[in-house]
Design a protein around this ligand. Structure first.
Ligand code: ZN
Length: 260
């Protein structure tokens, strides 16, 4: 593949394409995934696996945030097809996002969900079990479920089988029993983690993260934290987490009422 690549003008582009093609040594050449039917089984990995390496080799380049931004702007559109759609049935943006961006973000979010160590070990197990064979998508899902002894079907279904989009929103904010309570709703169907940032007028800030696992059985959740003083702003989200609508990620409180 590298022989076929043109020369690039920027260091980040050279780093990107070279590390991408090296990853293809594993997918689909070490394990024979079917590029014609399930391009995401190699292109998704070749996009996601080098994220951290690319960022470290090309200062100022953040492929993770760039891919998340691109996917956020496309997700939920009528051309946004389920990742499981047969690759040869799709073209242009439908093919590109279902084969590269969405599965790459899904793999990255899978790593955030199960942790780096579990992710690396399960991925190695998948590679070891299917080296020299021809895994189909269910072999990937089943290997992770089986190796981790965890039923991740609630995660696989929206990310790989359904149309839809990620969109978390702040729905309500109240002060009760000396606690600040923030209601977060998953307006879409894609489970993504919560990053809630609260700042007070006196300069204090607190970050409250929650795993995407909160969406396994519900589509809304209250987050509580102690409160005193005047709240400046409540923000939801992170550049590494896809979200199609940022307008519902902010809550600027009236300073008088927030101080109660
Ligand atoms: Zn590729």
């Amino acid at each position: 593949m590298m022989v076929n690549d043109g020369s690039m003008d920027k260091l980040s582009e050279t780093v990107h394409v070279t590390s991408h093609e090296i990853t293809h040594s594993y997918f689909p050449f070490y394990m024979g995934t079917n590029e014609r039917k399930y391009a995401w089984m190699d292109e998704g990995w070749a996009t996601m696996i080098p994220f951290d390496l690319q960022a470290s080799l090309a200062p100022g380049y953040n492929p993770r945030e760039a891919i998340v931004k691109g996917y956020s702007s496309f997700a939920g559109s009528e051309q946004d097809m389920p990742v499981m759609t047969l690759s040869y049935m799709m073209k242009w943006n439908s093919y590109r996002f279902a084969s590269y961006s969405k599965p790459a973000v899904a793999y990255d979010q899978l790593r955030a969900l199960i942790g780096r160590k579990n992710f690396d070990n399960a991925l190695r197990e998948f590679i070891a079990r299917w080296n020299g064979k021809h895994p189909i998508p269910y072999d990937f899902f089943n290997t992770f479920n089986d190796y981790l002894k965890t039923d991740l079907n609630w995660f696989w279904k929206p990310w790989f089988f359904e149309k839809g989009y990620p969109d978390l929103a702040i729905k309500d904010v109240k002060v009760e029993d000396n606690k600040l309570k923030v209601l977060i709703k998953n307006e879409g169907n894609i489970p993504v983690p919560i990053e809630l940032n609260i700042s007070w007028q006196d300069g204090r800030k607190v970050n409250i993260p929650r795993s995407a696992a909160v969406w396994k059985d519900t589509d809304s959740t209250w987050i509580e934290t102690g409160t005193s003083g005047n709240i400046e702003k409540i923000e939801l989200g992170d550049p590494a987490i896809p979200d199609i609508n940022k307008m519902n990620n902010y809550f600027e409180l009236n300073r008088q009422s927030a101080s109660k």
